[in-house]
Design a protein around this ligand. Structure first.
Ligand code: S3P
Length: 427
C-alpha cells in the first residue's frame, strides 16, 4: 500500500529501468545463441526474472546481478528437457514467446503462470504453433494454462494473425527459425519489432515487408557478445505524464528507447499540446534511443484509434489520466486488446479513475473521457496490474487530499523503484 499526496511541480532529470520487451528477448536469444552474452541495463523486474528462471530450468547457466546479466548460450539445441514445470509468473511475453521456442525443442515441457496468466488467451499462439506441427495441449483445448508442449519436426507456415500482437509474431517467428521452409507472419497493423531487430544483431536473416515478416528455417544464432538495453518508454510514460499534468513542470528522462513501433505515447502527448523535445538521438544494438524532455503546457482532448493503437497499447491507462486533465473530449477506440492484458484494462482504468472523480466511460473497444475534471483522493486498487497502480499514483499527484494505492507490489513487474523516482522529481 502507498500514500500519494499532491505536488507543486515535477522537475529535474531522471532515468527509468530497462525496457521490458527488450530485456526478455535479450535473455531468450542469448540463451539460444552460441557464445556468452553480457546484458547491461537489464530490467530486474518480476516478469523478466521469470524468463531467466525458465531458462535456468532448461539447463542454461545465467548469472544475474541487478541490471547486469551474463548468459552462457549453448546454441539453439543446447536446452535440456526440464524436470520441473516452467513458472512464467505474471508474464504474457514469457509464456507466449517460450511456447514458440519450446515448439522447436524435441522434448516435453509444462508451462504455468499466476492467476492473471490463467485468464489470458493462449490460442493466439497455440493455433499457429499447432499448424506448424508442435504437439500442444492445455485447458479448454489449449486456450488457457496449464499448457504442455512436445516440440520438434516443425513445418513452416504462412500465418495471418487476427491480432496485431508482438507476442504472437515473435512466438511464430522463433518457431519458424527451426522449421522446415520459410515462415511468413502477416499482422493487421505493425506491432513492436524488437524481436526482428534483435535477431538481426544475432546474425539472423529476417525480412520485414509492408504487412508482415518472413524468416527461413534452419538458421542458428551467434552472440553479439554484449547487449545494452535502453530505458523502457512504457515506464518513462508515467514520468512524462506526471510532468504533463502538473502545471509548471519540466522533466528530462535520459536514455529511453524510442523505437517507432513504441512511440505512440509521444505522438499523443504532442497532439494534446505538451512541449516535447528529443535530445541526443542515437542507435544502440539496432534500437533507436534518446533523452526525452517534456515541459508542461495545457492539454486538449484528442481522438486516438487505428494503427497508432499497437504503438501505445500499454500506455492507455496513463493516457486516460492525461485525458482527464485535457480540455474537451478524448476518445480511444480500436483498443479491444486492452481486455486481455494483465487485467481488463478498460474496466480497471474506468473503475479506478471514476473513484477519483474523472468523467470516463467504457465503450466496446476503448473509452471516452471528458475533461478537464478536478480529481480527488480515493482508495484505489492496482488489481495486481502494474500499469494500473502507476497510472493511479500519477493521478494522485494532482488530486486534492490523499490517494491510497493498494496492491502496489505489482509495480515491480516493470518499474522497480517507481515510488523512489517519483519522490526525487516531486517538489
Ligand atoms: C509485448 C507485447 C505487447 C505488450 C506487452 C509486451 C512484448 O503485448 O502489451 O506488454 O514484449 O512482445 P501483445 O503482443 O499481446 O500486444
Amino acid at each position: 500500500m502507498r500514500r500519494i499526496l499532491g505536488v507543486t511541480s515535477i522537475q529535474g532529470e531522471t532515468a527509468v529501468p530497462g525496457d521490458k520487451s527488450i530485456s526478455h528477448r535479450a535473455v531468450m536469444l542469448s540463451a539460444l545463441a552460441e557464445g556468452t552474452t553480457t546484458i547491461n541495463g537489464f530490467l530486474a523486474g518480476a516478469d523478466c526474472l521469470s524468463t531467466i528462471s525458465c531458462f535456468r530450468k532448461l539447463g542454461i547457466s545465467i548469472e544475474q546481478d541487478g541490471e547486469r546479466v551474463v548468459v552462457d548460450g549453448k546454441g539453439w539445441f543446447g536446452l535440456k528437457e526440464p524436470a520441473e514445470v516452467l513458472d512464467t509468473g505474471n508474464s504474457g511475453t514469457t509464456i507466449r514467446l517460450m511456447m514458440g521456442i519450446l515448439s522447436s525443442q524435441p522434448f516435453h515441457t509444462v508451462l504455468l503462470g499466476d492467476e492473471s496468466i490463467a485468464r489470458r488467451p493462449m490460442k493466439r499462439v497455440t493455433v499457429p504453433l499447432r499448424q506448424m506441427k508442435a504437439k500442444i495441449d492445455g485447458r479448454e483445448g489449449g486456450e488457457y494454462t496449464p499448457l504442455s508442449v512436445r516440440g520438434g519436426g516443425l513445418q513452416a507456415v504462412e500465418y495471418h494473425s487476427p491480432v496485431s500482437s508482438a507476442q504472437v509474431k515473435s512466438s511464430v517467428l522463433l518457431a519458424g527459425l527451426q522449421a522446415e521452409g520459410t515462415t511468413v507472419l502477416y499482422e493487421p497493423e505493425l506491432s513492436r519489432d524488437h524481436t526482428e531487430r534483435m535477431l538481426r544483431s544475432f546474425g539472423v536473416n529476417i525480412e520485414s515487408f509492408a504487412g508482415g515478416v518472413r524468416v527461413k528455417g534452419g538458421q542458428s544464432l551467434l552472440s553479439p557478445g554484449r547487449i545494452d538495453v535502453p530505458g523502457d518508454i512504457s515506464s518513462a510514460a508515467f514520468i512524462l505524464a506526471a510532468a504533463a499534468i502538473v502545471p509548471g513542470s519540466r522533466i528530462l528522462v535520459k536514455n529511453v528507447g524510442v523505437n517507432p513501433t513504441r512511440t505512440g505515447i509521444l505522438d499523443v502527448l504532442r497532439e494534446m499540446g505538451a512541449r516535447l523535445v528529443l535530445h541526443n538521438e542515437r542507435e544502440v544494438n539496432g534500437e533507436p534511443v534518446a533523452d526525452i524532455e517534456l515541459q508542461y503546457a495545457p492539454l486538449t482532448g484528442i481522438e486516438i484509434g487505428g494503427d497508432v493503437i499497437p504503438r501505445l497499447i500499454d500506455e492507455v491507462p496513463i493516457i486516460a489520466v492525461l485525458a482527464s486533465q485535457a480540455q474537451g473530449q478524448t476518445v480511444i477506440r480500436d483498443a479491444a486488446e486492452l481486455k486481455v492484458k494483465e487485467t481488463n484494462r478498460i474496466d480497471t482504468v474506468v473503475g479506478e479513475l471514476t473513484k477519483m472523480g474523472a468523467s470516463i466511460e467504457a465503450t466496446e473497444d476503448g473509452m471516452v473521457i471528458r475533461g478537464r475534471t478536478p480529481l480527488h483522493g480515493a482508495v484505489c486498487d492496482s488489481h495486481g496490474d502494474h500499469r494500473i497502480g502507476m497510472a493511479m499514483a500519477v493521478a494522485g499527484l494532482i488530486a486534492s487530499e490523499e490517494t491510497v494505492i493498494t496492491n502496489t507490489e505489482s509495480i515491480n513487474v516493470s518499474f522497480p523503484g517507481f515510488f523512489d523516482v517519483l519522490q526525487t522529481i516531486s517538489e
